[in-house]
Design a protein around this ligand. Sequence first.
Ligand SMILES: [Zn+2]
Length: 497
Amino acid sequence: MTHAIGYSRGRLGVEAPLVIIEAHVSSGLPRFSLVGLPEAAVRESRDRVRSALLQNGFVFPPRRITVNLAPAELPKDGSRYDLAIALCILAATGQLPPEPLRQYEILGELALDGQLRSVRGVLPAALSTDRDGRQLVLPARNATELSPIDRVAPLTATHLTEVCAHLNGTARLPTAVPVPLPPPAESRDLAEVQGQARARRALEIAAAGRHHLLLVGPPGTGKTLLAERLTGILPPMSQEEARESAVVAAVAHTGFNPAHWALRPFRAPHHSITRAALIGGGLNPRPGEVSLAHNGVLFLDELPEFSRGTLEVLREPLESGSIIISRAARQLEFPARCQLVAAMNPCPCGYLGDPERDCNCTAAQVQRYRHRISGPLLDRIDLHVLLPRLPAALLTGLAPTPESSATVRARVSAAVALQQRRSCVPNARLGDAALDRDCPLDPASVRMLVAAARRMALSGRVLQHLRLVARTIADLEGATHIQSTHLAEAISYRPLT
Ligand SMILES: [Zn+2]
């Protein structure tokens, strides 16, 4: 045998395309070349593969060895192909039977002595292998990443020689055994947040309809405390949502932690974040914060401090639920259906409207500060709430204990179930076509909406969103139809500018 074929999986966005590895041995000057536009990391794998083979008693023939990774145009970063390359060389040189090799898709980095090191982002590969009917072979250290996923049972190995023994039929590789997940860490509870009844109500409406939310208030009024508790009042993730979020994390710089399985993500990037880190980027693009927050919450504190260019790129994902990154001839799409919670001070010093401290900002400064956020971005945020400074009685703990997250979540879940039955999507994602079908207004409400549009100079987009928020408020009440009280409350959350 002078020719052998093996399979592996690459990474392209959140996909794991099949990579075919061909090894060919021919006469000629001894040389080991890797072709298929491999990047520097793949070239380094030549040395690891050669060393691992020699150190384990295999013959590295002094002939011309060519290994081709196809398709050629696929970016092939990382050392994930080491093991597959080594096995193909062994098969092409008659040291392994070539047929069994084709039943597997193989991932794993080789140490110089043949031990297997873990590779990044195995989750999308595992889900794709499953669809194609081959079985995945993985470094044992990667196996725990797949524990929460149903129906995926890869073979695991710790050393090159174990995989060889399996392919030779002299031993069996073990199947990864699901590791029981630790109980989820207690999430922060709404019962810990005193006062701010109006902001709590807005948080509940936001959760029930998946609307974006803006919290405006002086420092110390609980904006961050409330934002952090939004994930705790959202309904539990479906298996599909859990899988999507896990895949995004698996291919991101964070990696996927199985302990976070089915927990809605809460991402709070600093305002100095770059555009690429927020929406994703890199030569072989990885997802950014907006995708890491997929199915969860993206919290942007100090919203006006983010660069305007950075905020503008958020408009696309907030509208469409995904982000498209263009690289050369290729376009990659990352999911980004997140709920935005933004927070800001009412003015640069933070004390505008504070009964106890003076604001020393000029009107022009306040104006400039608020205008750092563009109108189109503000239009996409349905609920705007002003948080007042708390009365001293609340801070000293004399007030009654506020409602817990579990109590609020029960109401939210009931409202979400209504939306699922009616439209199959949360209200915030209802398209234009569904608006008249699912959010009809009675004559009194139509008059109220027209008056608000004139008084507040609202755009058509904002008027549509007001109907969606009114629908969510009606759902929280269990009301079949939107009534003018629901619409009036929705209007009360419109901009403070
Ligand atoms: Zn001020």
